[in-house]
Design a protein around this ligand. Sequence first.
Ligand code: KG4
Ligand code: ZN
Length: 345
Amino acid sequence: MKILGIETSCDDTSIAVYDDNFGLLFCCTKSQSKIHSKYGGVVPEIASRLHFKNIFFLLNKLIKNKKIVKEEINAISYTVGPGLPGSLLVGATVANSLSYLWKIPIIFVNHMEAHLFSYMLDFKYFIKPKFPFLSLLVSGGHTQIVLAKSFGKYTILGNCLDDSAGEVIDKISNMIGIKYPGGKKMSKLAKHGKSGVFSFPRPMINSNDLNFSFSGLKTHVTRVVLNSNIKNYQVKCNIARELQNSIVSVLVKKCFKALKIMQLNKLVVSGGVSANIFLRKRIIDMSKKIKNCSVYFTKKNFCTDNGAMVAYLGMLYFKHNFYSSSKIFFSPKLSIVKNIYFDKC
Ligand code: KG4
Ligand code: ZN
């Protein structure tokens, strides 16, 4: 069984083919970050126009790939949300046109659920964590702790009340002269930074709930940046280090608090920010202190948005007999708790 996955929720255009026997056969992503970096962040109108251009480039690449015969593709899954409306519409239009043309079904995929299962693209996790388990979803748009009860059934235990972790990293990195998206470069700077030179708050670290709030941290660091000599490389590194310390401390504390509350010992970590080495190390160190605690990380190249996770989740739904006939559908504010197939939304 082969599923074509299409991802266009934000600014990465990506398509992939997943085979249930042979795994990932094809995955190609065209990033738009060079263009958006001129503006310091994603410009929705530009994003949708570029998706339209890029998706045909990627489809052409797929068609030329000799390993994949188009007639062998069983269904097309695409991201219906959450995401930018214009960007989602491009994916929806292309996926449905192909579905109509090739006479194969469509599978509606929730972007956050696709992130949640993206750790499965790493074959080292042949032994899957059995439900229930917890998932930390940390990306440019979301910071959530999710209880995965069973396939398709989720509860959000902790959510971001304002800016997500990735959004804050991108904003601060932009201020210190790093082009969007700054996460990867910020973690490199942080490596050379000294802890303790700056002291940033750890927002809501001791709150009674499992929610997050990073906008106050963003304001605090913005003020520090404005009053610092950011032309000095070491100053930049020190800021990056303390920002990373602050965000990671809060994320780790809340994840392990959630595991304790739910009396669970399995944690899955995914989303763009989960590529951060320091975050991974802190989670691993913490897990070693807990009896029988297992942590699962998404392979680094599948942390940020990609078609492979959409194709993989599409395959899971298809195997459970959930699919649709062609219909232009997208839902920009779709939550992971709302299941398109189970809840009939
Ligand atoms: O999952 P993703 O591609 O997009 C959303 O669905 O939002 O995540 C992108 C985010 C960006 O904010 C980017 O700066 C951040 O992930 N990111 C990182 C790292 N690599 C990417 N943040 C921290 N450390 C990294 N190594
Ligand atoms: Zn994403």
